[in-house]
Design a protein around this ligand. Sequence first.
Ligand code: FES
Ligand code: FES
Length: 168
Amino acid sequence: MYEEKMRFELTVNGKRQVVYAHPSKTLLEVLREELNLTGTKRGCDDSNCGVCTVLLDGKAVKSCTMLIVQAAGHKVTTIEGLETEKGLHPLQQAFIDHFAVQCGFCTPGMILTAKAILDENPDATEDEIREGLHGNLCRCTGYKSIVEAIEAVRDGDYGDYVINWQEV
Ligand code: FES
Ligand code: FES
């Protein structure tokens, strides 16, 4: 088996990163093990639970089944990239305020998926939000509080929705 590491470049949370990894490594493994961005969680490892969700060029992707080869050259946003000097992202604050976080294991992926939903459609209906979240599982909250938090951001409770809150 080919054991050599290869050089990959990608932009993570607005910073250019160079990593050396075996090409069979997933984006999730590189984020957690090479870049110490452990906010991205590992669950099923099979594209089913959504806890590993990150944004790739602004779109929600499951990093457990995306190879680093596929992510190279792209812009990746993880949960660590949402908070800025302005403070928490409105979705982060709304999840706290609406008790949409219990154990928290699903929360990073849930918030990034929510961001992708609202970035694409800032007026998303409840049905559209629920449909957009279908790939993200939560064992704790029953989803109601999660949807309410996203709707609060959509409805302007945290100010006008800003898609480019930070560089994706
Ligand atoms: S760990 Fe990636 S979808 Fe479950
Ligand atoms: S808050 Fe525990 S899995 Fe969602």
